[in-house]
Design a protein around this ligand. Structure first.
Ligand code: SAM
Length: 282
């Protein structure tokens, strides 16, 4: 008998991966969490029936959510990760010796526990001395914080369930306040291709643009997310991801990456015309 994991990417499109074993399943207080072992993608974590992380392509997501900001400002010392329970974003951040403090606020402790047990490839650095874990709502965590973080990374689920509040204007305003003068916000900005994702992309962009001086968008290709074409937002109080980027400085760090490089850093901001138009679509 063959076993397959199937996810509806739209009402008319499905993604399937053949599985060796369904390793874990639990309904936590917040969401339904599953781990599968698949033939093509290795271990695969889903939340509420949506792929979060796979062993084979997580490097793409975690390189791009981390190194673009760190490349733009190599002096970042204090970082907040919101969500990110699988630990992949923290793993990449800990590679920078210059970072002094990483706070990670994840609403669901079960995701971290499961990742520690089954996804050591992403969770391996959650015990780094610089990392503090907080199990609470990221929305609340950033309230009333002023001038604390050089970088905030929103590594969240889609705007449904507990992730919904992380796409609101109130949340982006609180992030702006929590950032230092050269602060950068990186956020999950959905996908331009299928209409339900594109709607969220446009809504998120519109809100951020009203709050941040610099509000840019960059792209990456990840095979296991709907359409494979996904976006992150880069927003800041002044630093520009391309104009203020010094590739030599990042290359001098000697970090080995599998997806990110300094040419791609610049190229990722060159968006297709339909994406540019859709972003500005009011
Ligand atoms: N790579 C992933 C993706 O976009 O598919 C995101 C991975 S990470 C597992 C997302 C995490 O965000 C989940 O573990 C979820 O519990 C967490 N999360 C959702 N809403 C949150 C909130 N309001 N505060 C903190 N964490 C939240």
């Amino acid at each position: 008998m063959e076993l397959w994991y199937t996810e509806n990417h739209t009402d008319n499109v499905r993604f399937s991966a053949k599985i060796k074993k369904h390793i874990y399943q639990q309904e936590s207080e917040f969401q339904k969490i599953d781990v599968f072992d698949t033939y093509e993608f290795g271990k695969l974590l889903t939340i509420d029936g949506l792929v979060m992380v796979t062993e084979k392509d997580e490097f793409i997501y975690h390189d791009m959510i981390t190194h673009v900001a760190m490349g733009t400002n190599p002096n970042i010392k204090s970082v907040l990760v919101i969500g990110g329970g699988d630990g992949g974003t923290v793993r990449e951040l800990t590679r920078y010796k210059t970072i002094e403090k990483i706070d990670m606020v994840e609403i669901d402790k079960v995701v971290v526990d499961v990742s520690r047990k089954y996804l050591q490839f992403t969770a391996s650095k959650l015990d780094d001395d610089r990392v503090s874990l907080y199990f609470e709502d990221g929305l609340k965590f950033v309230e009333n914080k002023n001038n604390v973080y050089d970088l905030i990374i929103v590594d969240s689920t889609d705007p449904i369930g507990p992730g919904e509040g992380l796409f609101t204007k109130e949340f982006y305003t609180n992030c702006h306040n929590a950032l230092t003068e050269n602060g950068i916000l990186i956020n999950q900005k959905e996908s331009p291709y299928y209409s339900h994702n594109a709607r969220e992309m446009t809504r998120s962009h519109k809100k951020i643009k009203e709050i941040f001086k610099v509000a840019e968008t960059y792209q990456y290709n990840i095979p296991t997310y709907p359409s494979g074409h996904w976006l992150f937002g880069f927003s800041s109080k002044g630093l520009h991801p391309v104009k203020d980027f010094n590739p030599n400085k990042w290359n001098e760090l000697g970090l080995k990456t599998k997806y990110y490089n300094t040419d791609l850093h610049v190229g990722a901001f060159a968006l297709p015309t339909y994406v540019r138009e859709r972003l500005e679509d009011e």
